[in-house]
Ligand binder design. Structure first.
Ligand code: FMN
Length: 213
């Protein structure tokens, strides 16, 4: 009995947690959701016991940061009023989800050359001084460490070559921002050219084939 309990506990302790973040509102038609799901599938092939939590930011979108959020962010937790607590609830929950996850998969459709405002709003709610990063004598230090992140980027245009090569502001921004928060192990999987004749038919399959977990 003791041995069985011990083994069960050990197995439970080892279960990797994958947080799958969706930011496209296009449901089954979405290429970033398909690509993100393909990454999750490959991760689960490698680790069938992994537990997956899906967070669809389009179903419960984060608002732009308002005065109430900022007031709560910059008031110490022990002094929070009921209004502060209500304003900071979703931020706290999202940060806890990241802290609990071992692996984070982020679906990032390109909107106007950068991340969508849906994804940006989530970032605005998880980037908190003293909670997810802090300032030290040696500069800022990210506190969300020990995570592996995959970003599933999908674009209508082509950015790996040609005239728009410098116009992808998703990958550099997310690489920097996630690193700022401590998530430095980030792999980008990009499916590009969904609006370009020579690319669109093979864009998703090529990206899925390139997934290495
Ligand atoms: C509002 C909007 C803005 C977009 N802006 C760009 C853009 O600036 N550059 C680009 O290459 N594709 C752009 N696209 C195309 C999307 O990035 C592309 O269709 C992507 O596959 C969308 O991801 P999804 O299928 O997961 O929704 C835009 C699409 C929409 C709906």
């Amino acid at each position: 009995m003791f041995v069985l309990l011990f083994i069960t506990k050990q197995t439970r302790l080892k279960m990797a947690k994958i947080l799958n973040i969706i930011s496209s509102p296009r449901g089954e038609a979405s290429n970033s959701i398909k690509l993100g799901n393909a990454i999750v599938e490959k991760l689960r092939e490698k680790d069938p016991a992994a537990v997956v939590q899906v967070k669809d930011l389009t179903k419960n979108p984060f608002p732009h940061l308002e005065e109430a959020h900022l007031a709560a962010f910059f008031t110490p937790a022990e002094k929070h009023t009921d209004a502060n607590k209500a304003a900071i609830k979703h931020s706290n929950e999202s940060i806890q989800e990241i802290m609990d996850a071992d692996i984070i998969v982020i679906g990032a459709p390109m909107y106007n050359f950068g991340v969508s405002s849906t994804l940006k709003a989530w970032i605005d709610h998880i980037a908190r001084a003293g909670v997810t990063f802090k300032y030290t004598e040696n500069g800022p230090q990210g506190l969300l460490t020990g995570k592996k992140v995959y970003v599933a980027v999908t674009t209508g245009g082509v950015y790996s070559e040609g005239a728009y090569k410098t116009a992808d502001f998703i990958s550099p921004y997310l690489k920097f921002m996630l690193g700022f928060l401590g998530m430095t192990d980030v792999t980008f999987v990009t499916a590009e050219g969904f609006a370009v004749a020579d690319f669109q038919a093979t864009a998703l399959d090529k990206a899925i084939d390139s997934i290495a977990v």
